[in-house]
Write a new protein. Structure first.
Length: 498
């Protein structure tokens, strides 16, 4: 089997990631339409025809294995149900609300079939079909079509794709670009391929966490034991092979901060502290006195660089954003008490609880829920979104759409703790006193990429409470693929049964 056939599924998943992230950060449906459906269809086709085969099986056997696993995977059926739910409104259009001047009241048109999902405009709602089905196809393809090595390669590819996008962003800053790719459309604030700074911030914050996990997984094996990494000893490898991922770590971190997204700056700090403590505690327990001195020195240098970078050497724009990060501002943004969007989204959901008002229906329904004074001060830029992903999904897709999305997420996430529990139990039986990992044993027996995935994806969820990262498919596909790929870092453990 030649190289292309062995990796054709991986190539097409990577192509989907590239398309979403490089085409205006996934926010231009007109540019995505000629590309995304074809890439998604090819990824699905090659998943069924050319999945990666194990060394002990033929392509036909690999195909049978994948088909059997797919047929038993509830995620496939949840994805199909969600896709059907999103297709129905295209043929059940209600139309936009109309204000009756004579009666001085709003009239909300009913769809042709009142008990089915509907939308305001078919072309606007159809954008969701460019987001969710392709992302779920990528998740299924990674989960079933790739072997462990393929999953490892794909997760690392995500990090380096982010690093490359970071370099593009810095090049644009250095050259004084006023638009994405040095184009003619002027943006008030942008970074890399993202025209909205909070999209860029959420994207690079997630990749910063993933990069840290991959780097520590490679670099820590000789320090805290092989169970913490992919199971491969690194003692004979060069320093570069052990630490080259630090380049991706630094680029993704710098890009998250350079986006000037306050949420990203704050969340990067939280992610850095959580993962930093996780790494430091593990290394400290397994190091001798000399190693601990080096660790303290490295932590001191890192802290000094961080403080100087955010104070003395920080650009004026960054210092301005940092000055606005206060506890009151964070609480205000998360609760939405300073905006009308939270109240309006809840009212729309109460009026349309089952299926919502359809994709991008929220901006059509806003004004009828505003008072005269609110209309005068109505938000123009960014005002078509709730800035709370959960509330906007509930308003536009109702409890059924939100529930199906939640089911898809749970089907991706919940198997990981189960696998982690089985792994810890198996490794505990195989441990001897000399090979004990640091305490708590259960945590450090797990691969660091798993820890990084949960920390990074949790940061994105926290961001979504006061913004809209999950309305950008470039972020969504990385978020979803991180869960689909991280099992590739679980070391193989013999069951012990004869």
């Amino acid at each position: 089997m030649n190289f292309f056939i062995r990796n054709v599924v991986l190539i097409h998943i990577a192509a989907l990631v590239l398309a979403f992230s490089w085409i205006h950060g996934g926010t231009r449906p007109d540019l995505l339409l000629p590309v995304i459906p074809w890439l998604a269809a090819f990824a699905l086709e090659f998943l069924l025809i050319f999945p990666q085969a194990k060394s002990i099986e033929t392509l036909s056997e690999a195909r049978s294995r994948v088909w059997y696993a797919l047929s038993r995977d509830p995620l496939l059926y949840a994805a199909l149900a969600l896709t059907i739910l999103l297709v129905i409104p295209l043929f059940n259009v209600a139309g936009a609300p109309v204000f009756d001047e004579a009666l001085k009241q709003w009239h909300n048109p009913l769809p042709p079939v009142g008990w089915l999902p509907s939308c305001v405009k078919a072309d606007e709602h159809a954008v969701l079909l460019l987001w969710f089905p392709p992302v779920l196809i990528a998740a299924l393809a990674a989960k079933h079509g790739l072997l462990k090595k393929g999953k490892q390669v794909l997760l690392e590819f995500l990090c380096w794709n982010g690093a490359t996008l970071a370099l593009l962003g810095f090049a644009q800053l250095l050259t004084g670009a006023k638009s994405l790719f040095w184009g003619e459309e002027v943006f008030s604030q942008f970074f890399s391929t993202f025209g909205y700074p909070n999209f860029a911030g959420a994207f690079f914050t997630l990749l910063f966490a993933l990069s840290v996990g991959l780097w520590f997984g490679r670099a820590s094996v000789d320090v805290i034991g092989p169970h913490a990494g992919s199971g491969t000893r690194l003692g004979d490898e060069t320093f570069i092979k052990s630490h080259y991922l630090l380049v991706a770590v630094l680029l993704n971190l710098a890009a998250a901060i350079a986006s000037l997204s306050r949420a990203a700056i704050l969340l990067c700090a939280v992610v850095g502290v959580v993962l930093g403590l996780y790494m430091a505690v593990g290394v400290w327990q397994k190091s001798d006195t000399g190693g601990r001195v080096k660790l303290l020195f490295a932590m001191g240098v890192a802290l000094l660089i961080a403080v100087l970078s955010l104070t003395v050497f920080a650009p004026k724009e960054l210092k301005k954003e940092l000055s606005t990060i206060t506890p009151d501002a964070v609480v205000e943004r998360v609760t939405g008490r300073a905006y009308y969007h939270t109240r309006v989204a809840k009212e729309i959901f109460r009026n349309h609880p089952l299926f919502g008002v359809g994709g991008w229906g929220y901006p059509h329904y806003i004004i009828q829920h505003l008072g005269p004074e609110e209309i005068k001060t109505m938000q123009i830029q960014g005002g078509v979104n709730v800035h709370n992903d959960s509330l906007q999904i509930l308003a536009e897709q109702g409890v059924v759409g939100f529930g199906l999305l939640l089911v898809c997420v749970l089907l991706l996430v919940t198997p990981l703790p189960v696998q982690a529990f089985k792994l810890c139990r198996a490794l505990a039986k195989a441990d001897n006193e000399a090979s004990h990992p640091p305490k708590p044993y259960w945590l450090y027996r797990l691969p660091p990429p798993l820890m990084a995935v949960f920390v990074g994806t949790t940061a994105t969820v926290c961001h979504s409470l006061g913004d809209l990262p999950f309305r950008d498919p470039a972020i969504v596909i990385v978020w979803v693929l991180s869960f689909a790929c991280v099992p590739g870092f679980f070391p193989a453990v013999k069951s012990g049964k004869q």
